[in-house]
Structures are given as structure tokens and as C-alpha cells.
Design a protein around this ligand. Structure first.
Ligand code: SF4
Length: 376
């Protein structure tokens, strides 16, 4: 079986109001970080569990990977390729901020091996972008998309709905404009209030308020309708793609495939262990320079955890939970074990099941957390 690599680039020029991902705005440590990342990559190449395994997907996430120069990406790619054989069509994705993209940078990334770009557009409404405290505006987002199109590269657009002051209409206008710009993949995430963020402070102090649940529900369901009518197939709660353009890296997470995380705060999974790197740049640099690794937490996955994760992950997917595979793996008849709960959600139109699969309906996907927590 092959595996995936996730590389966390922990720098952002400014911090968005809603974001609690690990990133810092002091860019002075970028070069030291890149040198350290190369050392960590080298150290992981000697991990017996990965030796000889083929690399199916690579994902540069963050933070803001597009703050890295094409040369930085190229030298990292060289190191990775030296250590791990690539599959014949390795998907190599990179998150980019619209503000960072120029034609020469884009061509540099392509030359370094990136073959899929994930553009953080979030909204095409300037007042919503200001609430999110994004660096770009609607015009720069459109220009970035047009640049990607004119270079004929595979790209995805990330959007956020449920923004304070956002109406169903303004959300659907953003979505319709993005669809018109012809990405092959769209991710749409419901805005969540994370602890310690500036957005949470604004909500708590009454400066801003989130749209009501019913409005957010209407945003989600009408977006599914619009995307489906426009030829996108939903394959996960928040992800839609034209046929054949699903994100293989994220699919690897959702189907329990092994992955290696590099960089501070990145997560890794190689059965039966999950581990996480330290979420501190100085500590990351010190630890990697000492031992080649900077792991802060490690968990062994018990059979019970494996079962819960399986249910949690597969019910996210529109393909659903395969009942015979579940029974083969865990020795449990899922339907008999959960008949009462399944019937309740079925009667409310939140899930469907037959003798082969259990699947959430679009309405069920909107409340997936509640359904899944009652099933595990
Ligand atoms: S650019 Fe991304 S990682 Fe950086 S602060 Fe904004 S949302 Fe967070």
C-alpha cells in the first residue's frame, strides 16, 4: 500500500479573524524553518515503516505555502523524491492565497512538480472578506482564478459559508460566480467559531452575529442543489468535484490510508499509531535539529477507536459505510447493532440504508456531527 505526505508551512503574513490553525506572522524564521524541514524529511526517509513504499499524494498546506518560493518547493520535492518512489500519477497539491500568485511564481511551482492548486477564495463579497480579515479582495481572487485557468492547471476553490451578515443570496452569488470561473473542484466549509480567535471575541461582545441555523442550513442545501445542477458531484460533506477530480489526498485521510506529516503541528498516521508534531516553531526547530523528529503526542489506536474512526470517516463520504466491509473488519452487524437509531434518523430523512450501505442524506450531512456521535 502506498502512503501520503502532508507538509505544514506555518507562516502567514497576517492572521485571519476565524483561524486557529497553527501559524505565525513573524516571517524571519522562514529560512531556518525550511532547513529544518529538510532535516525532518531526511530523518523520516529512514523510517522502516515507510521504506520502499510508494508516495500516492503530497499536500503542501498551512499556514500559507504560497509564501514559499518555487526554489524552496523544488528543493523539498527533490528531497522527497530521493527518499520515496512516486506513484505513476502522484497528486501534488499546494494551498495558495490569491494575493501571492503571480504568473512567474505559478510557473515555478508547476516546474517544481505541483499539479493541483487549492485556492483560498472563501468569498467573492468584499464586506464578507473584511469580516474574515483575509488579505485579498474579490478582484484579486478572480484574477488568481483566471491566472490558474490561463495556465490550464488543475485547481480547487475553497469557500466559506455562514459568515456574519451573509445572506443566502450573497452566498449563492459567490458560489454561482465561482462555478462560472470553472474550477474542477470546490470545497465549501461552514464557518465555525474557534476558541481564542478574534472572530469569537467579536461575536461574544455582540459586534457581529452569526446567521441563524435555519439560514445556514438553507445555504448548505441550496449550494448542494446548485453544484449538482452545474455538474459537480458531492463526494464528501464539504467537497464537490467534476468526475475524476476528487482530491485524492483528502480521500486518503477519509478512507484510513497511512500518511506522514512534516512540519510543526502536522499529524501522521501509520497503523496502529497516530502522532502529532509540536505546535511551536522554536521547539520544532530545536527538536528536529537534535533528533530529526519533533513529536509531541503519540496514540496507539485500540480496536474500539478504530471502529469509531471507521464509522466517523466513512459516513462523511457520499459513498457511505459499506456494511459487509464493516462486518468483515469488526465482526459486527452494523444494522442490528444500531437499528433503533438508524430507523429514527431514516424516518426524519437524515439517512438512508439498505442491505449494502448506510449513507447520510444532504439534510443528514448538515447535522452529521450529531448523527455520527449517536452511532459511535
Ligand atoms: S491564511 Fe489560512 S492559515 Fe493563515 S491565518 Fe488565514 S486561514 Fe489561517
Amino acid at each position: 500500500m502506498g502512503f501520503s505526505i502532508y507538509i505544514h508551512i506555518p507562516f502567514c503574513k497576517t492572521k485571519c479573524s476565524y483561524c486557529d490553525f497553527f501559524s505565525i506572522t513573524n516571517l524571519d524564521k522562514q529560512q531556518t524553518f525550511i532547513d529544518t524541514l529538510e532535516k525532518e524529511t531526511d530523518a523520516c526517509a529512514n523510517d522502516d515503516r515507510l521504506t520502499g513504499k510508494t508516495l500516492n499524494t503530497i499536500f503542501f498546506g498551512g499556514g500559507t505555502p504560497s509564501l514559499m518560493t518555487p526554489d524552496d518547493i523544488y528543493s523539498l520535492m527533490k528531497l522527497i523524491i530521493r527518499s520515496f518512489p512516486l506513484a505513476s500519477h502522484t497528486e501534488i497539491s499546494m494551498e495558495i492565497n490569491p494575493d501571492d500568485l503571480t504568473n512567474s511564481k505559478l510557473n515555478g511551482y508547476i516546474a517544481a512538480g505541483i499539479n493541483r492548486f487549492s485556492l483560498g477564495v472563501q468569498s467573492l463579497d468584499n464586506s464578507e472578506l473584511r469580516i474574515l480579515q483575509r488579505r485579498h479582495n474579490a478582484d484579486s481572487a478572480r484574477s488568481a482564478i483566471n491566472l490558474l485557468r490561463s495556465n490550464d492547471v488543475n485547481f480547487s476553490v475553497d469557500l466559506i459559508y455562514g459568515i456574519p451578515n451573509q445572506s443566502v443570496d450573497s452566498w449563492l452569488q459567490t458560489l454561482a460566480s465561482v462555478i462560472e470561473l470553472a474550477p474542477r473542484h470546490i470545497s465549501m466549509y461552514c464557518l465555525t467559531l474557534e476558541d481564542g480567535t478574534r472572530l469569537q471575541q467579536s461575536i461574544n461582545s455582540g459586534v457581529l452575529s452569526l446567521p441563524d441555523d435555519e439560514i445556514v442550513r438553507a445555504m448548505y442545501l441550496s449550494a448542494i442543489e446548485m453544484l449538482t445542477e452545474s455538474g459537480f458531484a458531492q463526494y464528501e460533506i464539504s467537497n464537490f468535484a467534476r468526475n475524476g477530480f476528487e482530491c485524492r489526498h483528502n480521500m486518503a485521510y477519509w478512507t484510513g490510508k497511512p500518511y506522514l506529516g512534516l512540519g510543526p503541528s502536522s499529524a501522521s498516521y501509520i497503523h496502529p499509531f497516530r502522532w502529532k508534531n509540536v505546535s511551536d516553531i522554536d521547539c520544532y526547530i530545536t527538536e528536529v535539529n537534535k533528533s530529526g523528529k519533533a513529536v509531541s503526542e503519540i496514540d496507539e489506536i485500540t480496536p474500539d477507536t478504530a471502529l469509531r474512526e471507521y464509522v466517523m470517516l466513512f459516513l462523511r463520504l457520499t459513498s457511505g459505510l459499506d456494511l459487509s466491509e464493516f462486518e468483515n473488519r469488526f465482526g459486527i452487524d452494523f444494522i442490528s447493532a444500531h437499528r433503533e437509531i438508524l430507523e429514527r434518523y431514516y424516518s426524519h430523512g437524515l439517512l438512508s440504508y439498505d442491505s449494502d450501505f448506510v449513507r447520510l442524506t444532504p439534510e443528514g450531512m448538515f447535522v452529521s456531527n450529531e448523527i455520527i456521535s449517536n452511532l459511535i
